[in-house]
Write a new protein. Sequence first.
Length: 302
Amino acid sequence: MLCIAAVLVTGCSRESRPDVSADKVRDYANALYNRELYEQAVQEYQRYLDTYHTDEQERANINFIIGNIYFERLHDYENAMAAYLKVKHIFPESTIRSNADKQIVACLERLQRSADAKQALDEATSLDPGQIKESRPGAVVAKIGDRKITSGDLKHQISQMPDYMQSQFQNREAKIEYLKHYVATELFYEAAKRMGLDDDKEVIEGTFQAKKGLMVQQYLAQKIASQVKINPEDVELYYQANLEKYTEKDDKGKVKRQKSFSEVRQQAAEDLIRERQQKAYDALFQDQLRTEKVEVYDDRIQ
């Protein structure tokens, strides 16, 4: 019995060891980040923290990286702030504590909590730059003080533009011009904050109007996208019903040639989508008018 008990105790006391080394998991998380798989990268960084025993500085670094992914890439400022707060409160002796303080202020500003941001700024014991072992994709292409901007950062900013705009920034000269514009915006933004313009009434109203416009765009995109779905058969039927749109004409308006469906398939698809989007928008608007009992007195407009 004693032998059995001893075996059981020994077995229970053994810690299960991961099959993969800590370095490999962190390298994998870095690779996900570099490939712009940001949510997956956060999951792997968190698995790294949950699975492996590392020193406090390393854990602070990883939490800071997670915060940066949420802040810079996913624009999820609440989760970003949670990660930065962990660095501040769980690892207060880390060398990146002051960086976390800065980012907490930035998160609060993005969340339009200016009073809290000012309080957080006052609470910060130091705003001197700390040291951080960061994994950021690409070479450093610019520095603003101690803040590094990498080619990966530049690529990400361009990727957030609409497709038709992204095509304008594919060559080296255009990227350099965009980088200068990006740096200028950051510099002037910080200068404007120092002037207290974040409390300016016109800025506050403009921010509200911009937010309202973006909310409307997101609402319409979600509502209309679910209703506008097309398949190849739809596009061909639309083409057949609108042959006049897809003809070549001379200067006098006389038809020279009927374009084939294969020539204009993409254009017809885009035209069909726009038409259905407009119909969906009109129907949604009319539904809102009825629901909210709206009355428009256009005869009173002079």
